[in-house]
Design a protein around this ligand. Structure first.
Ligand code: XMP
Length: 508
């Protein structure tokens, strides 16, 4: 199998490079910066990409790759810090602290380059660097520069070693994928005959080897990530996997049943724990959003733990962590995205379990694609993200069964109308929020004094930022009419037209 090795020097974009390589149907292995030459050679790569990183090559103790990497005889592409490392090892100079550039910057090409073949002379690229190459190593030439004379690209005379000061892997770089494609296909000679199906085979083999005859427990939330992770592990180890679905009574209309049906269809062994009485009991009278979240998080762990204890011997906890979560957990405290599997946070230590996270290198859309390939039903694969605390954070004020039922009924209508308009699956998240505010209305000949419902629909790439969706007025119109007519307890519908920031996606 053709292989590309990606050396990770600590950049947040390393997995994005891996993703781009996967998109071009080429297998890659990400190795840490300290991987010895022998480990890299063992993989017989057709090429090596050295990622960016936060260090400065001129600082003592900065990350340094095995210099032997540069004698492997395979093409090498150094990106940002990778380019600076290449410069230093090959005898060029790197300047620190002068002319840093962050953001989209125009560059101009100089001379011919296999990487830029058939591309325009001027490109906009994403720069994010403090250091820069001041003098290219002997035998190298500059192939692109910024308006300020910063060397944006270089390569050696043999056309085997390339350095890019910018990030071809991010969408903000014009023709970035094309540049990577040129390196991988034209320079390294890849054919591109790998696909996600091969990824599945590798993952299954890896899970089998790691888990051996161990037993795995998994908390299912009905969401895409945990479901696909479970389906994948089930494919690898079948009955050694035991799943637990804690039903907190805060799901959308009929969702708990649908989710269980899907799991049964997949052949998963799932313990459905109906803990709704417990959750709703503890939430009675609670209106503070943080208190609601704390109660739900705490109870979830308690219930999951108690159920897992019934499974018998367990060695591993399976989690549907995906790459954006990995980036997030490294990010500062206070980050807003808390995925459902984080609801079992603290469990691995408490239960002395090892963590199995087979999806941790993948992005959401890849997880969806993988799910489809392994037969996870569309109802789950296409499911919108749903917060761990469920409708509790969409039922503002006190959470009671009647208010939850009202919210569920309205939410089902909103979803139905979006589906009818062919919009539901194009939207990142759409839902209703029940407000603890009463307003006066008139229905028939009578005065009403009922609660207000807000419609919320947002589009997003990663939930870190989001834009409100411009739903056509006729769809909003029919939704609002139907909700007021069909759902008891609501006489006014409003639309949330705030993006994130300044608002968050959920209201609590
Ligand atoms: P916010 O409201 O912070 O939400 O903009 C960002 C994304 O995270 C989801 N969310 C959660 N998911 N547990 C989760 O599993 C939670 O406690 C939680 N809170 C918010 C939210 O639906 C959106 O996709």
């Amino acid at each position: 199998m053709e292989n590309i090795v990606i050396i990770d020097c600590g950049s947040q974009f390393t997995q994005l490079i891996a993703r781009r390589v996967r998109e071009l149907h080429i297998h890659s292995v990400v190795l840490s910066w300290d991987a010895p030459r022998s480990r890299i050679a063992e993989l017989a790569p057709l090429g090596v990409i050295v990622s960016g990183g936060p260090d400065s090559v001129n600082e003592p103790g900065a990350i340094a790759v095995d210099r032997g990497l540069f004698d492997l005889g395979v093409p090498i592409l150094g990106i940002c810090y990778g380019m600076q490392l290449m410069t230093k090892v090959r005898g060029g100079t790197v300047a620190s602290g002068e002319r840093p550039e962050y953001g989209v910057t125009p560059i101009e090409r100089r001379g011919e380059s296999a990487l830029f073949k058939d591309l325009a002379d001027n490109l906009e690229v994403l720069m994010s660097h403090g250091d820069r190459v001041a003098a290219v190593p002997p035998g190298f030439r500059v192939t692109a520069e910024t308006a300020h004379g910063v060397i944006a690209a270089m390569e050696d005379e043999e056309g085997r070693c390339f350095g890019l000061q910018f990030h071809p892997e991010v969408v903000h770089t014009q023709q970035g994928t094309r540049i990577l494609r040129q390196f991988l296909f034209e320079v390294c000679g890849c054919r591109g005959d790998w696909n996600l199906g091969d990824w599945i085979e590798d993952a299954v083999a890896d899970i089998r080897e790691r888990v051996g005859d161990g037993r795995v427990v998994c908390g299912l939330s009905g969401g895409v990530d945990s479901s696909v992770a479970a389906a994948l592990v089930h494919r690898a180890i079948g009955p050694q996997l035991e799943c637990i679905f804690v039903d907190h009574g805060l799901m959308r209309l009929n969702e708990a049943c649908q989710v269980m049906d899907s799991y049964n269809g997949l052949g998963l062994s799932v313990r459905h724990v109906d803990a709704s009485e417990l959750f709703l009991g503890k939430l009675a009278g609670v209106t503070d959003p943080e208190k609601k979240r704390r109660i739900i998080g705490g109870l979830f762990i308690e219930v999951f733990d108690a159920e897992a204890a019934k499974v018998g011997r367990v060695d591993w906890l399976l989690q549907g962590t995906i790459y954006p979560d990995v980036i997030e957990s490294g990010s500062k405290k206070g980050s807003v995205l808390i995925k459902s599997h984080h609801n079992v946070g603290g469990l691995p230590e408490k239960m002395k379990l090892r963590l199995l996270e087979p999806l941790r290198d993948l992005f959401k859309d890849e997880v969806r694609e993988l799910g489809r390939l392994i037969g996870v039903p569309d109802a789950i694969v296409n499911r919108q993200p749903f917060p761990g605390p469920g409708l509790a954070v969409r039922c503002l004020g006190e959470i009671t069964r009647p208010r939850l039922d009202t919210l569920r009924a309205a939410d089902a209508i909103f979803r139905e109308e979006l589906q009818r308009a062919g919009l539901y699956e194009k939207i990142w998240q759409s839902f209703c929020v029940l407000l603890p505010v009463r307003t006066v209305g008139v229905m028939g000949d009578g005065r009403t004094y009922n609660e207000v419902l807000a419609l919320r629909a947002v589009n997003s790439q990663d939930a870190m930022t989001a834009d409100w969706v411009r739903i056509p007025p006729e769809v909003l119109d029919v939704t609002a009419r139907r909700i007021c007519n069909e759902v008891r307890g609501i006489n006014r519908v409003v639309l949330d037209v705030t993006s994130k920031p300044p608002a968050t996606i959920e209201w609590e």
